[in-house]
Write a protein that binds this ligand. Structure first.
Ligand code: HEC
Length: 149
């Protein structure tokens, strides 16, 4: 038992001298997906809208407004929000540059948002939060797997 604190101190010191994780392009473990600048601009604008929608959903949940949270999720992130960029020229459509797997995560994200919308209307905080994490899980999955720069 007495050795445990010493071991913890050793581990803490060892970790302190380790270099911080870096995300330099040559060591970044995420797959690089090259996109035309126009497609990246479309993607980034959509992402900022995604973040805003998520923020609004959490706000609505915090106020107990489950129907509102569901409506935002369905409209902004749900299956109905898929294919928004269909009419853009192909170099401005992020989907044109995505791998199948990346596409699949994108679709899963829309499905998760529609699932959340269905669950949230029941007004149960625990199941609503659980379904919300289904959405954020897809944000995390894509961001941790792919990069565009
Ligand atoms: C299918 C993949 C994918 C999914 C799913 C995804 N993202 Fe992204 N996101 C990206 C990529 C790729 C970038 C980097 C874009 C760039 O800079 O070229 C990005 C960038 C962003 C940015 C930074 C935008 C900027 O440039 O300022 C935000 C914020 C963001 N995502 C939020 C979200 C949120 C919130 C979700 C979930 C609701 C989400 N994303 C789901 C792929 C994804």
């Amino acid at each position: 038992m007495k050795q445990l604190p010493a071991l913890s101190v050793f581990i803490a010191l060892f970790c302190a001298v380790l270099p911080a994780p870096t995300f330099a392009a040559d060591t970044d473990p995420r797959q690089f997906v090259e996109m035309a600048p126009e497609a990246r601009a479309t993607l980034r604008a959509e992402m900022l809208d995604n973040q805003l929608a998520l923020h609004q959903i959490i706000g609505a949940l915090a106020e107990g407004k489950y129907a509102e949270a569901a409506a935002i999720a369905e409209k902004e992130l749900g299956i109905g929000a898929m294919g928004k960029h269909r009419k853009l020229p192909s170099n401005a459509r992020p989907g044109m540059y995505m791998t199948d797997e990346m596409h699949a995560i994108g679709r899963a994200s829309h499905v998760a948002a529609s699932d959340f919308a269905k669950v949230a209307t029941a007004g149960n905080p625990a199941t609503a939060l659980n379904a919300l994490q289904g959405i954020t899980g897809t944000c995390v999955a894509c961001h941790r797997s792919y990069r565009t720069q």
